[in-house]
Design a protein around this ligand. Structure first.
Ligand code: FAD
Length: 263
C-alpha cells in the first residue's frame, strides 16, 4: 500500500500536527486495523503522537451524474462538489461553499450550515461492510454513526442550484475568523449557542501560548502562529469547565482530537 508523508502543520486547517507517513487506500485495498482515517483534516486537532493514520486516495475522488442521482467518491473535495453542482444546475449542496473538507468528512460529521445538512438529500453510503441506506445510519446534528469507512455516497437531485441560497450562506461566513482554525470547536447545545455561552464566561479572546479563542467568534479555536496541540487542548478543557460551572451545560467538542491516548 502506498504511503504519503504529510506535514500536518501545513496540511491541517488549524496548522498543527507532526510529519508522519499516512497509508493511502485505493480501490481494492483492505482498510488497515487500528488506523485513524483522515479526510482533509479540516475538523481535526492532531497531537504530536497520533495513532497510525490512513486516508483515501485518488480512486475515491469522482462525481457521477445519473439523471436524478449524484454519486460522489468520499475523497472528493467540497469545492469540486460545489462547482459540479453549479455547472450542472443541481441543488442541495449550496451550503458547502467555504465549508472545507471531503465528502467523507462531511458524511462522518453530518456537516452543515443552519438547517442545511449533508444527510438532507442522502440516499445511501457504500462502505467496506456493504451499502447502507440513510435510514439505517443513526445521524443527527453534526453526528453520524457510520457503519465503516465511507467509500462513496449517492444523493437524490430534487431541484436546481439555488444561487441566492449559496450567496446567503456565504454571507454568514463574514464573521468567521481569518486565522487557521478547525471551524467551530464545540457543537451548539440544544436551544443555545456554544459561542454565546463561551463569551458570557469571558472566554472570547482568551489566549494560551499562540492558541486563542477568537476575538471575532468565541467558538473558534484559532492558531495565531506556531500554536501547539497542548495549548489547544488546555483552552478546550478550560472552556468546558467554565461553561459547566456557570451554566451547568456540558459542551461537546465538534473538533475531533486525534491522539494515540484517545484512539
Ligand atoms: C474555516 C472552517 C469553517 C468550517 N465551517 C463548517 C461549517 O459551517 N459546518 C460544518 O459542519 N463544518 C465546518 N467546518 C468543519 C469541516 O469543514 C467539516 O467537518 C468537514 O466535513 C471536514 O471534512 P474533512 O474531509 O476535512 O474531514 P476530517 O477533518 O479529516 O475528518 C473529520 C472526521 O471525519 C472522519 N472521516 C473522514 N473521511 C471519512 C470517510 N471516508 N469515512 C468515514 N469517516 C471519515 C474522520 O475520521 C474524522 O472523524 C469548518 C472548518 C473550517 C476550517
Amino acid at each position: 500500500m502506498r504511503r504519503r508523508r504529510i506535514d500536518f502543520s501545513k496540511f491541517s486547517s488549524i496548522k498543527i500536527g507532526p510529519v508522519v507517513d499516512v497509508a493511502v487506500l485505493e480501490l481494492g485495498d483492505r482498510p488497515l486495523e487500528n488506523h485513524y482515517l483522515v479526510g482533509s483534516a479540516n475538523n481535526l486537532l492532531i497531537s504530536p503522537t497520533p495513532p497510525p493514520l490512513m486516508m483515501l486516495g485518488r480512486d475515491f475522488d469522482y462525481i457521477k451524474l445519473d439523471s436524478d442521482r449524484l454519486t460522489i467518491g468520499a475523497a472528493t473535495p467540497t469545492g469540486k462538489i460545489l462547482s459540479f453542482c453549479k455547472r450542472h444546475d443541481i441543488g442541495g449542496f449550496e451550503f458547502v461553499a467555504k465549508l472545507p473538507g471531503t465528502l467523507g468528512g462531511m458524511l462522518a460529521m453530518n456537516a452543515g450550515v443552519k438547517e442545511h445538512e449533508t444527510y438532507d438529500t442522502l440516499l445511501e453510503i457504500s462502505t467496506e461492510n456493504g451499502t447502507f441506506s440513510k435510514s439505517a445510519i443513526p445521524h443527527g446534528y453534526r453526528f453520524a454513526d457510520l457503519p465503516g469507512i465511507a467509500y462513496e455516497a449517492t444523493f437524490t437531485i430534487e431541484r436546481g442550484f439555488d444561487g441566492r441560497l449559496a450567496a446567503e450562506l456565504l454571507e454568514l461566513r463574514k464573521n468567521q475568523p481569518k486565522e487557521p482554525s478547525a471551524g467551530s470547536a464545540f457543537k451548539n447545545p440544544p436551544g443555545d449557542f456554544a459561542g454565546r455561552l463561551m463569551e458570557a464566561c469571558g472566554l472570547k479572546g482568551m489566549r494560551r501560548g499562540n492558541m486563542a479563542w477568537s476575538h471575532k467568534h468565541a467558538n473558534f479555536l484559532v492558531n495565531l502562529g506556531g500554536g501547539t496541540f497542548e495549548d489547544g487542548v488546555t483552552l478546550i478543557e478550560e472552556a468546558k469547565k467554565r461553561v459547566l460551572e456557570m451554566f451547568g451545560v456540558k459542551l461537546e467538542t465538534e473538533i475531533r482530537i486525534v491522539d494515540a491516548v484517545f484512539a
